[in-house]
Write a protein that binds this ligand. Structure first.
Ligand code: ADE
Length: 223
């Protein structure tokens, strides 16, 4: 899986040089290139913003550098993603689908966003990470790339994927490690019993309890 991230702020992606994502990059399971859109600007001051037609607050990203940056990496089989609060809300299912692609290109919007024609020309999929507005597309891109990478074979173990939240439509049950008693609070006894059948049943009940309390919409099939 190859991922090209187009941004005005390449240093924002330092977290991808740590931990699980960095390991996956080193192993070759995923290839991530961060590309500075500003280097494509033909403006003599490398300007990358412009005023919106029709007026309104703020600036848009200039069309030319964004277009040229995408065109420099796009192949026939590439899928272009534009994180935006106007997009379809991201989910674990979408992450799984995106993980099947060969090549993803992310356009990180800034200022008030990008020209609609860029979205249309590149048939970009708009994805929102939730009903709130962030200052740019870097954090949403990081969240989407991180979540989909976990579904790329070789990035994390199959077992971890099966035990986590949303894998069975429920939130994950609470987890415990040593010590057995911490600040007077004991680990549930069944987890120390060695009875795997009982442990599984307990964890499923805890999952259901938590989902009912925190995300009842998941149980009603609303999400
Ligand atoms: N850009 C700004 N806010 C966003 C959001 N909630 N989701 C995706 N991209 C965004």
């Amino acid at each position: 899986m190859k991922i090209d991230i187009l941004t005005l702020f390449p240093e924002s992606f330092a977290p991808f040089e740590e931990s699980i994502i960095q390991r996956a990059r080193k192993k070759g399971a995923i290839q991530i290139n961060v590309i500075d859109i500003r280097t494509f600007s033909k403006d003599k001051h490398k300007k990358c913003d412009d005023t919106p037609f029709g007026g309104g607050a703020g600036m848009l990203m200039s069309v030319q550098p964004v277009y040229d940056a995408v065109a420099s990496v796009k192949k026939k089989s590439s899928k272009v993603i534009y994180p935006s609060p106007s997009g379809q809300v991201f989910s674990s299912q979408m992450a799984k689908e995106l993980a099947k692609q060969k090549h993803l290109i992310f356009i990180c919007g800034h200022y008030e966003g990008i020209d609609q024609r860029l979205i249309d020309i590149f048939d970009a999929q708009e994805i929102s990470i939730g009903d709130y507005v962030l200052t740019g597309g870097e954090i949403p891109t990081m969240a989407i790339v991180d979540a989909l990478s976990r579904f790329v074979p070789g990035v994390i173990s199959e077992e971890s994927l099966q035990e986590e939240s949303f894998s069975n439509g429920l939130l994950e049950h609470p987890q415990y490690t040593r010590p057995r008693v911490f600040q007077g609070r004991e680990v549930p006894k069944v987890l120390l019993s060695g009875n795997h059948q009982k442990i599984k049943e307990f964890q499923l009940q805890e999952s259901l309890k938590k989902t009912k309390k925190v995300r009842p919409d998941l149980l009603k099939g609303e999400k």
